[in-house]
Write a protein that binds this ligand. Structure first.
Ligand SMILES: [Zn+2]
Length: 131
């Protein structure tokens, strides 16, 4: 039995699943972004913290994040645009639209996220939420 990955691309086992359990690192910034979307909707808080830049990690309230994830349902993820973020890049930008449901309310988060490599692994730096 293989279920579809929450990010919508492939089966969970061939997509974000191995990333969330640390079996392999994200190859591209888009892969990391997709896995973080999946982590949000699955409540994989440790993964979200691990894949946030060292500078930003300390500003995250773990309990708040856990509570936010608990009330969150993922509807769909659309990658709008990517810039760099490939296997040979050190930085990347991913613009996406995430359709989510939180506490019963549907909304679409449109964001342009920045990613860098830290110790060779992609991490999330910050994002600008758009309209
Ligand atoms: Zn996925």
């Amino acid at each position: 039995m293989s279920r579809r990955c929450p990010c919508g691309r492939r089966t969970y086992e061939s997509c974000c699943g191995p990333l969330l359990v640390g079996a392999r690192p994200a190859e591209t910034a888009e892969d990391l972004m997709r896995s973080r979307y999946t982590a949000y909707v699955e409540g994989a808080v440790d993964y979200l913290l691990q894949t946030t830049s060292a500078a930003a990690r300390g500003t995250i309230d773990r309990q708040q994040l856990t509570a936010y994830c608990r009330g969150l349902r993922g509807m769909s993820l659309t990658i709008v645009e990517t810039a760099a973020g490939g296997p040979a890049d050190e930085t990347g930008v991913v613009a996406f639209a995430a359709a989510l449901k939180s506490e019963g309310r549907r909304f679409v988060q449109r964001e342009r996220s920045r990613f860098v490599r830290e110790d060779g692994r992609w991490v999330y730096v910050d994002g600008v939420v758009q309209g």
